[in-house]
Design a binder for this molecule. Structure first.
Ligand SMILES: Cc1cc2nc3c(=O)[nH]c(=O)nc-3n(C[C@H](O)[C@H](O)[C@H](O)COP(=O)(O)OP(=O)(O)OC[C@H]3O[C@@H](n4cnc5c(N)ncnc54)[C@H](O)[C@@H]3O)c2cc1C
Length: 572
């Protein structure tokens, strides 16, 4: 059934910040190597890096320091981050932002004296977020894509990776099986090194922000390949998702963090500010705290017409809001809201997965030949990602992965024969809905079940009974998906088929989120158990590490700083 086979030295899955930075760095480090970027959408036009609004955290300004950025990241992550990875993030972000400006040609906003403007983001002790207005990602991804095009790096666009295929003896990765979405044919790409950079994406929740091409495919493939995933219970909800009714895909899309950073107010259905009752930092508390407070207000029934709350910016001056948040004002206007001088309905929305594949500082995974970077990886952010650390993570570790894949391929990379039986089995699994007969169920109703389970029982507030119920529901959802039958046999651009594959992967990753949430019997950052509301001793912090269905709790190594200590000299 595999109709074409391709060989390449380096294969990169995904063309977000991680994938494109990896391609450029690998090419720079080893120009003689063949590099292929394979992507579910069109290169430069898909994924979440393009959607980045607020900006990029980096310690550049006088008064700030990488130690301060590091401490904010560790404290924001509730002492769960891998400290060496977090240190790499904050130190290399400085190099990457220089590279973005000086080598790749990004224009970021500047101060009158010519220095880079850095704005406030919630949960941080310094204004360090570099940005281009409030649509920073378009600037970054356009410049990256242009540079990739200019270097003649090979592209497989509208190619969906469906399975990581090991070698015959199972000890290393041989390559990746794809569906060419334009024809529906299967393609096998053999590679010496593969980067998983498909960007996670918690689109299993009723309200979510990521792009529609993201359905946790990389995480699901890693799980099936037997890799360990960590921190999977940590799903970040962004407090201000736009709420414009069920008829529009704009519902769930994010209104940027800078609105709260700049002094925006959150109001309940009675138009009263409520955040002060939950946290002294009010609207500028971290995302987890604000989302939880909002969810509680919503559960109390004090809501806006669509069942959410409001954000109000008018007290900051309508002209000022229009100038500072042009993109957001226009987005709200498209949905009939006036952000500058009125009220906009908002709801917490699933935004980011802190969890992902466990990896080493050079982006290697346990499976020889497989590397990981960006939102598919776990360990950098711990229990909570700071706004602005996401795109820093994908660009920093994308570049690291590019450098280390190039070195690895030169040193020990080889094209290895795949396990043919594994390819056949993966093809057979993809073919399931064409073989099942007759058509028995409706994908929309299955999606709705997934949304209901994850939003109500594995979302912002969790407890043992709800999580156990969710596991059972996810099991029967998976069975229903296995019985699902597609109408017809046309595979070219068959979006229902791809939707089925999306849901299969989302159900698998949802199960892992749920299992990790059951295992963590405390509350930290994005994970809140109403039956275990205490954080527990920080000195004994442990992270969840899951492989297939087995969850282990592993102690965090405090390699640079212990709870109660700081790296900041002026605070000592
Ligand atoms: C609306 C929004 C606003 C955000 N704003 C900010 C912000 O202001 N600051 C910040 O730091 N972070 C922000 N983030 C988070 C940030 O976008 C991500 O952390 C980061 O960009 C992820 O980069 P990535 O390269 O890992 O993944 P992505 O950029 O999402 O790229 C993933 C790529 O993988 C491809 N792909 C997916 N599945 C497959 C498959 N099966 N086969 C082949 N290819 C596949 C996708 O098509 C895409 O090209 C925001 C996110 C969203 C959704």
């Amino acid at each position: 059934m595999v109709t074409s086979r391709i060989d390449t030295d380096i294969l990169i899955l995904g063309s977000g910040g991680a994938g494109l930075f990896a391609a450029l760095h690998a090419h720079q480090a080893a120009p003689e190597l063949s590099i292929t970027v394979a992507v579910k959408g069109l290169l430069g036009k898909c994924g979440c890096t393009r959607m980045v609004q607020g900006g990029y955290n980096v310690a550049l300004a006088k008064g700030d320091s990488i130690e301060r950025h590091f401490m904010d990241t560790i404290e924001g992550g509730k002492w769960l981050p891998d400290q060496d990875l977090a240190w790499q993030l904050v130190t290399l972000a400085v190099e990457r932002i220089r590279e973005l400006e000086n080598e790749l040609g990004c224009f970021f906003d500047r101060n009158p004296d010519g220095s880079i403007h850095q704005k406030a983001f919630a949960g941080q002790t310094f204004d360090r977020t570099v940005h281009k207005g409030d649509l920073t990602g378009i600037e970054i991804i356009n410049r990256l894509a242009e540079q990739v095009w200019a270097r003649g790096i090979a592209r497989l666009e509208e190619h969906r990776a469906v399975e990581l295929i090991r070698t015959r003896d199972g000890t290393a990765l041989s390559g990746v099986l794809f569906v060419d979405m334009r024809t529906g044919e299967y393609v096998f790409v053999r590679a010496k090194a593969v980067l998983l950079a498909t960007g996670g994406g918690p689109t299993m929740y009723r309200y979510h922000t990521p792009s529609g091409d993201k359905s946790c495919d990389g995480l699901a493939m890693a799980l099936r390949a037997g890799l360990r995933l960590r921190d999977m219970e940590m799903v970040q909800f962004h407090p201000t998702g736009l709420l414009a009714g069920a008829h529009t895909r704009m519902t769930g899309t994010v209104l940027e963090e800078g609105l709260r950073g700049a002094g925006g107010h959150l109001l309940n259905g009675e138009r009263e500010r409520f955040m002060g009752r939950y946290d002294p930092k009010a609207e500028r508390a971290t995302r987890d705290i604000v989302s939880r407070a909002m969810f509680s207000e919503i559960k109390n029934g004090n809501t806006s017409p669509h069942g959410g709350l409001y954000i109000s910016m008018s007290h900051l001056g309508a002209d000022n809001v229009r100038k500072q948040f042009k993109g957001m004002v226009e987005r709200c206007a498209d949905c009939g809201f006036d952000l500058a001088s009125g009220l906009v309905e908002v709801v917490p929305t699933a935004h980011y997965m802190m969890g992902g594949v466990e990896f080493a500082a050079d982006c290697r995974t346990e499976l020889p030949g497989l590397f990981v970077a960006g939102e598919d990886s776990g360990g950098v952010h711990g229990a909570n990602r700071l706004g602005g650390n996401g795109v820093a993570n994908s660009t920093v570790f994308g570049a690291v992965a590019g450098d280390s894949m190039a070195a690895w391929v030169r040193r020990e990379g080889a094209l290895r024969e795949p396990d043919g039986a594994a390819i056949e089995s993966a093809v057979a699994t993809c073919e399931t809905p064409f073989k099942n007969r007759p058509a028995r169920s409706n994908l929309e109703s299955l999606r709705e079940k997934l949304f209901e389970t994850m939003w109500e029982r594995v979302g912002i507030l969790r407890d043992a009974a709800g999580l156990e119920q969710a596991l059972a529901e996810l099991g029967s959802l998976n069975d229903e998906l296995d019985r699902f039958a597609l109408d017809g046999t046309n595979r070219a651009f068959n979006l229902s088929w791809h939707d089925w594959m999306n849901l299969k992967n989302l159900a698998a990753v949802s199960r892992v989120i749920t299992a990790a949430a059951i295992a963590r019997k405390d509350s930290r950052g994005a994970h809140f158990r109403s039956d275990f509301p205490e954080t527990g001793p920080l000195d004994e912090s442990a992270f969840t590490s899951i492989c297939f269905d087995e969850v282990a709790m592993r102690p965090v190594k405090f390699t640079r700083v212990r709870p109660g200590q700081t790296l900041l000299k002026d605070a000592a």
